[in-house]
Ligand binder design. Sequence first.
Ligand SMILES: Cc1cc2nc3c(=O)[nH]c(=O)nc-3n(C[C@H](O)[C@H](O)[C@H](O)COP(=O)(O)O)c2cc1C
Length: 187
Amino acid sequence: MLQTQRKDLADIITERRSINSFSDKPVSEEVIIDLLETAKWAPDHGVREPWRFILCLDNGKEHLLEAMLAYNSQCKKPKNPDKIRAKIMGPSAHLLVINNAETNRKKWEENYGAASALIQNFQLCAWEQGIGMIWKTGSYIDNDTFKEAMHIDSDETIIGLMQIGYPDQIPEAKPRTTVLNKITTLK
Ligand SMILES: Cc1cc2nc3c(=O)[nH]c(=O)nc-3n(C[C@H](O)[C@H](O)[C@H](O)COP(=O)(O)O)c2cc1C
């Protein structure tokens, strides 16, 4: 039986790019949940599974837009609302990755690391299926008006807003420095 050639993990890692421009092809809720079911196997100190998610599809994108506009109207230099609308309506889906409230600094950092590992798993598994995304951390992620509008407690941490869809354009990779310039080997 002819099998589709699976890409090497190393290729998926190096070829994945952050995507800003998406086609109209939708990414389904089922696909996103399936990807998260894999991504959740991230390293996670104490296996606390500190995260929760808010997935915005269809009318949910309008809800997210309202929250963005409420935040924007409070900014010293508000952005053009039409540009914000285009940024929210362009991707097929938006996923907020949110960590539980945590007052202990060490645990907070461990939880941030675990959620970041989950996000990278998610990005890579999506890329393997031809789905792109970008991890966004605009100032709204730490804004109480935005959080309240999205029903997120002020002491929860938004790790990122993942904007998801099939890529319309894949940007050139920004070069990375060789590790040889970064490593000190003790022998
Ligand atoms: C924690 C984190 C936050 C990020 N926040 C943003 C952001 O707010 N806006 C943005 O355009 N890209 C953001 N990015 C994506 C980076 O800009 C992107 O990964 C980087 O330019 C390298 O490009 P590549 O992912 O295509 O290799 C973020 C990435 C990380 C890991």
